[in-house]
Design a protein around this ligand. Structure first.
Ligand SMILES: C[S@@+](CC[C@H](N)C(=O)[O-])C[C@H]1O[C@@H](n2cnc3c(N)ncnc32)[C@H](O)[C@@H]1O
Length: 241
């Protein structure tokens, strides 16, 4: 972000030194090649992708994210929250070749991929910028909860969802998708949503809140919770039934 601001400034600076054609009476300004390069860099960063986490971060701990689009209700997790969730998911997969589905939580997908490149992940997301993940990406609109490739059906041991809206209708539809995806027998469901969904999460999916409070990189007015269908024991601040 700091870098982005720096570049924004350099674009502004350079734009103020916008060149003009040889004939300064000509009303059509154009950017110097230097300013044009800075502008291109700036626009590229705005669309910056998580891409290959190793490439994006040099194998370091930082994960670069696409910019939030608030029209799509996009609020990314803080780094600490994303790391905590990734660790939890990986501990649920331990020792087994488990498959993980991330419904509308691209940040978690990115942190999981960064932490363990071998984990089998599927990101279901409405935002097509994430098509960059190739076959790990599936287009998903919660309004069509089961309009998904048949090979995804009952294929996931761990399903994590962070629905875009706090409405009853949205949670009911996402719950349908969760049921579509989870494998028969033992499966782990993690739902990140507002505290206001507590009763519904219990009713629809048998989920209960944990003590852990998810944080976002932008401050949100709503109280957020993590709900699980399993007792996390000492992890995640325990189950607060
Ligand atoms: C509250 S955000 C959750 C993001 C999560 N906190 C993260 O950091 O990855 C909601 C997500 O729902 C996605 N979304 C928006 N409209 C959607 C739709 N119609 N169907 C499914 N997902 C949608 C957004 O793109 C966004 O990733």
């Amino acid at each position: 972000m700091e870098e982005l601001e720096l570049n924004t400034n350099s674009v502004r600076e350079l734009s103020s030194s916008t060149s003009h054609t040889a004939n300064d009476d000509d009303d059509v300004p154009f950017l110097s090649s230097q300013a044009l390069t800075a502008l291109k860099e700036f626009l590229a960063e705005q669309n910056q992708s998580i891409t290959d986490p190793d490439v994006a971060t040099g194998g370091d701990t930082e994960v670069a994210l696409v910019s939030e689009d608030w029209r799509l209700s996009q609020f990314w997790y803080s780094e600490e929250t994303a790391n905590t969730l990734a660790e939890e998911v990986l501990s649920l997969c331990k020792g087994e070749d488990s498959r993980v589905a991330c419904i509308s939580c691209p940040t978690l997908y990115a942190y999981l991929k960064k932490t363990d490149r071998n984990v089998s992940l599927q990101l279901l997301e409405y935002d097509k910028r994430f098509e960059q993940y190739g076959s790990d990406y599936t287009f998903y609109d919660y309004n069509q909860p089961e309009e998904l490739p048949s090979e995804l059906k009952h294929a996931y041991k761990v399903v994590v969802a962070d629905p875009p809206y706090l409405s009853k209708e949205c949670l009911e539809k996402v719950a349908e998708t969760i049921s579509f995806l989870r494998q028969p027998g033992e499966s782990f469901v993690l739902l990140l949503t507002g505290e206001v969904q507590k009763e519904r999460a219990a009713e629809l999916l048998g989920l209960h809140p944990c003590g852990f409070r998810p944080q976002h990189s932008s401050k949100l007015g709503n109280e957020f919770r993590l709900f699980t269908n399993y007792d996390p024991g000492m992890r995640l601040g325990g189950w607060k039934k």
